[in-house]
Ligand binder design. Structure first.
Ligand code: GFB
Length: 314
């Protein structure tokens, strides 16, 4: 299917890292029927409000990019918010989408839905084969419920609802707050602040040994549109870059890009989380999609975005 540029497409979470990238990509492609609502305009936790929105606007397609997200510390310390908000908002959106006749919906999960000890690179069929990583199991359980809901609505109602599992993401508009962010934006802030104050050292969390794969949000946005147009299957599909590095290598790369000359220290009282999380994205690659943004270029752009936003604050 080719997306009709006039079809109403609802991007849930269009102000977030992923949703805003999807919005830019659809605009770039000339879509005129984009629908977005800020949190103040539509609270996705409010079932009645979500149903009313869908009944009134009748979107043809939905990209479900709204979620309560955060890094290892936020996931580990706010489990109730992560499980409740994600279960509630995705249930509201998927059910209201079906009730109002949405033709196609893409639900976004996460690589943390896979078992902690999954064989690497992680294939889609590793889902539910063994125990989850404890630091983010609440978020993971909510995301697993979301993908299962899409599968159930496909089985019972023939709804063309698909689920993509992105790897760790970064990009413009990211969360740079040190207590709730993911590692990449956190380290941009830490190294930048240390450089500005001429601090001799920066402390990163954990041992630096875990391996992570990173994907730019613009690449995920292109993958979402590609999958809307080219994928209709009950099976979940991985979206990764195929490239991994240790957190130590990531820290060294960010320190170099930011221009921090000092020492990098490791606080091993902080958790490492999953030891390795490299996805096998060969099913998506076989369909013809490829990531375009290499990590070095992407980090430079993310640092520029950070500097721009800091300048706007002052
Ligand atoms: O990105 P991150 O917070 O989440 O952390 P996960 C990745 C790794 O970087 C962990 C280390 O080993 C952290 O200990 N790290 C080092 C830091 N310094 C820092 C720092 O200053 N801040 C942060 N945040 N990390 C998340 C899940 O797991 O991945 C979510 O909690 C989601 O549910 C997301 O799945 C994609 O990669 O460990």
């Amino acid at each position: 299917m080719t997306l009709d540029p006039d079809a109403p497409i609802y991007v849930a979470g269009h102000r977030g890292l992923v949703g805003s990238a999807v919005w830019r990509e659809l605009q770039r492609r000339g879509h005129r029927g984009l629908l977005g609502r800020t949190h103040a305009e539509l609270d996705l936790l409010d079932t009645a409000a979500v149903q009313k929105f869908f009944a009134t606007e009748k979107p043809a397609h939905v990209i479900l990019a709204a979620a309560r997200v955060g890094g290892i510390h936020a996931n580990n310390t706010r489990p109730a918010e992560f499980i409740y908000e994600n279960l509630q908002l995705q249930t509201n959106v998927i059910h209201a989408a079906w009730k109002s006749g949405v033709k196609k919906l893409i639900f976004l999960g996460s690589s943390c839905i896979y078992p902690r000890e999954a064989p690497q690179p992680i294939r889609e069929d590793a889902l539910l084969t063994s125990a989850l990583e404890p630091t983010n199991e609440w978020y993971a359980i909510a995301k697993i419920a979301g993908l299962k809901m899409c599968q159930a609505y496909r089985r019972q109602y023939a709804a063309d609802y698909i689920s993509a599992m992105p790897t760790n993401l970064y990009g413009p508009g990211d969360n740079f707050d040190l207590t709730s962010s993911h590692v990449l934006p956190a380290l941009i802030r830490k190294f930048h602040e240390a450089k500005s104050t001429r601090a001799p050292a920066v402390t990163c969390w954990g041992t630096g040994a875990p391996l992570r794969e990173f994907l730019h949000a613009d690449d995920l946005a292109r993958a979402c549109v590609f999958l809307l147009e080219n994928y209709s299957d009950e099976k979940i599909i991985n979206v990764g870059s195929g490239r991994e590095l240790t957190i130590r290598q990531l820290a060294e790369t960010i320190a170099r890009i930011v221009g921090f000359p000092g020492e990098i220290q490791w606080d091993t009282t902080k958790p490492d989380g999953t030891p390795r999380k490299l996805m096998d994205s060969s099913r998506l690659f076989a369909l013809g999609w490829r990531p375009q943004v290499d990590l070095e270029t992407g980090i430079r752009a993310a640092y520029d975005d950070f500097l721009k936003r800091e300048a706007q604050k002052s």
